[in-house]
Design a protein around this ligand. Structure first.
Ligand code: AR6
Length: 177
């Protein structure tokens, strides 16, 4: 699915965040220590190789909502943006913290003068955020932030399952149509 949001192409696809070769920066749903883990962090660190964890060492720990950037090493991208999502039911206010992940990541990508970025559904795996609520927050945040972005031309959401893709698509229709 594709939308035009203030001159930025917004795409929703079903796929693997570690296999997006046409994107300059991919976003990692990181842990505070920026170490490898399960889900997105596991896939990104596996594909990037051990140098990614080395590069992360000096940047850790990060706070909930914060975003930092490293090289992407063996991934087919230039950069990885690492952001720490809120644990649902624990880190409060969770909606604001989740929005901050997207906003800070987008601003960081913009500062680095990059044209394209791909996001996973941050916090919706191990951290337990319900997918529909997370979709609403992430897509609304893109809508609110898009006006401030001059360099970014493509924002892609990479959803890992058909059902998550369908939830995102339904929410996007409401927000952008
Ligand atoms: N590509 C795209 N999406 C994926 C992929 C992938 N390869 N793998 C999983 N997802 P999660 P969190 C989806 O758990 O909730 C880690 O272990 C997944 O289905 O990766 O922010 C870290 O080390 C879900 O919808 O991130 C942290 O400790 C979404 O991506 C913690 O988990 C996010 O799932 C972070 O938890």
């Amino acid at each position: 699915m594709k939308y035009n949001v203030a001159g930025i192409e917004l795409q929703l696809i079903e796929g693997d965040i570690a296999a997006q070769p046409d994107i300059e920066a991919v976003v990692n749903a990181a842990n505070a220590q920026l170490k490898t883990g399960g889900g997105v962090a596991g896939a990104i660190h596996r594909a990037a190789g051990p140098k990614l964890e080395e590069a992360c060492r000096d940047l850790a720990p990060i706070q909930v909502g914060e975003a930092v950037i490293t090289s992407a090493f063996k991934l087919p991208n230039k950069y990885v943006v690492h952001t720490l999502g809120p644990v649902y039911g624990q880190d409060k206010p969770e909606a604001e913290l989740l929005a901050r992940c997207y906003k800070n990541s987008l601003h960081l990508v913009e500062e680095c003068q990059l044209k394209s970025v791909a996001f996973p559904a941050i916090s919706t795996g191990v951290f337990g955020y319900p997918i529909k609520e997370a979709a609403e927050i992430s897509l609304k945040t893109v809508k609110e932030t898009a006006e401030e972005l001059k360099k970014i031309k493509l924002i892609r959401f990479v959803l890992y399952s058909r059902s998550d893709f369908k939830v995102y698509s339904a929410v996007a229709e409401k927000i952008f149509d």
